[in-house]
Write a protein that binds this ligand. Structure first.
Ligand SMILES: [Zn+2]
Length: 213
């Protein structure tokens, strides 16, 4: 049931109220500008959440929300960057991205670094990916393509990976030593070459530490 509309009592403005002085109008305009500016800043701030602007050297090809690969679950504090290898020699970044995008796929990563050094983003940074088991909740994940079964990254791929890791460390206030391998989480031999060659992993971390744009 709705209330009967009531008769609106209109207040008769007194003569003083009606005659707005020029100064009052100027003051009102200034207040409006300030309010508008503050509102704009607040709105922009919300839009920017989590405050990270993805650079143009990253190709954003966000996959659909498909249940398990991308669940649209909010990612909280990021404590580590987890590096993986795709385990499927010779496949491209987009092939792996398209695999993640299938409704039946249950895995995903935030980024894939390809054989030509291209970087594809698959999952938004404010959502968890499905790559690193119980550490999905506080890590950004990177899958890396590789030309053969050794799992060693080629030169172009490696350079892009270092650049991506450096950028992520800077954005999240992490050190290069906060990079982890999937192996460090579950003991899975991933990324294979950098599990079998711990010195190569140490070098990778060092290269991220020393990287400059
Ligand atoms: Zn892995």
């Amino acid at each position: 049931m709705v209330d009967e509309p009531k008769t609106i009592q209109t207040e008769q403005p007194s003569p003083e109220k009606r005659s707005l002085k020029r100064g009052d109008i100027t003051a009102a305009a200034v207040v409006l500008v300030i309010v508008g500016f503050v509102a704009g800043v607040l709105l922009l701030g919300r839009e920017e959440k989590p405050g990270i602007r993805v650079p143009d050297w990253i190709d954003q090809q966000i996959i659909g929300i498909n249940g398990t690969g991308r669940r649209s679950t909010v990612l909280g504090t990021v404590n580590n960057i987890a590096v993986h290898y795709v385990g499927n020699p010779g496949t491209t970044a987009m092939q792996n991205r398209n695999y993640f995008n299938q409704p039946t796929t249950t895995v995903s990563s935030h980024f894939i670094v390809g054989l030509d050094g291209e970087i594809v983003q698959c999952v938004p940074l404010d959502e968890v990916s499905s790559a690193t088991n119980h550490r999905n909740s506080d890590t950004i994940s990177i899958e890396v393509c590789h030309p053969d079964t050794t799992g060693k990254f080629n030169e172009k791929t490696y350079r892009s990976l270092i650049r991506l890791c450096r950028w992520l460390c800077d954005e999240y206030g992490l050190e290069a030593t906060d990079l982890i391998r999937h192996y460090d989480v579950t003991g899975k031999r991933c990324p294979l070459y950098y599990v079998e060659h711990p010195d190569a992993w140490d070098q990778l971390v060092q290269d991220v530490a020393n990287y400059e744009e």
